[in-house]
Design a protein around this ligand. Sequence first.
Ligand code: ADE
Length: 247
Amino acid sequence: MVRFDILTLFPNMFSSPLNESILKRAQQKGLVEIKVHDLRDFSSDKHHTADDYPYGGGRGMVMKPELIIKGIEKVTSPIEGSRVILMTPQGKRFDHAYALKLSWLSQIVIICGRYEGVDERVRKYVDDEISIGDYILSGGELAAMVLLDTVTRLIPGVLGNPGSPEDESFSNRLLEYPQYTRPRKYRGLEVPEVLLSGNHGEIKRWRRMQSLKRTLERRPDLLEQIDLSDEDLSLLSEMRKESDPSK
Ligand code: ADE
């Protein structure tokens, strides 16, 4: 069981994502517990002020340190395996390997930053700063949902298959092969013949080949990090021959 505590100024943003699909089922099965806390509840002034002007001047507002720090102290249990994460575009890039590490913790506290930033003193109370990519969101909420969804899928039992292949690191995996379902022909577009053959060996080989091809074309950086089998190498050379028969 992983417990998530989310500290945000916009708790309503989480209601729909938490009540649909995998995240909903994981909570119902008791595999995760997700608590969303309104940061304004931790403010001491009667107006529940969350932000203020930056010292030194300049544009924009800064999230006040007290609410966040009090929030962290309130929700963090003195248990092993608890981590406090600040969602920020200044953080380390989120990836599969980090998500996998989080999936073994007992508590994950996520702080959603807003406005132009958070008071620097908050960083002393944070274990990790995480960014989901090189672009700026209006706040950390959507980033927190990405993290929440990715980590939850990796918790054993959530997807219903304990030894899931996702235990491997993403960088050790090829991109997925193309998938088809009925109808067999749609607007003149046909399902590849091999998938209808019933020959499982051939299908497996074709899928591996397609994965290799797709990875080579779209993400050659991944291919460099993968341990390729002799069969993969021969499939790759077959592919090169197909694209250039003189090879
Ligand atoms: N807050 C704003 N932009 C973000 C990003 N790219 N990742 C994480 N948190 C953010």
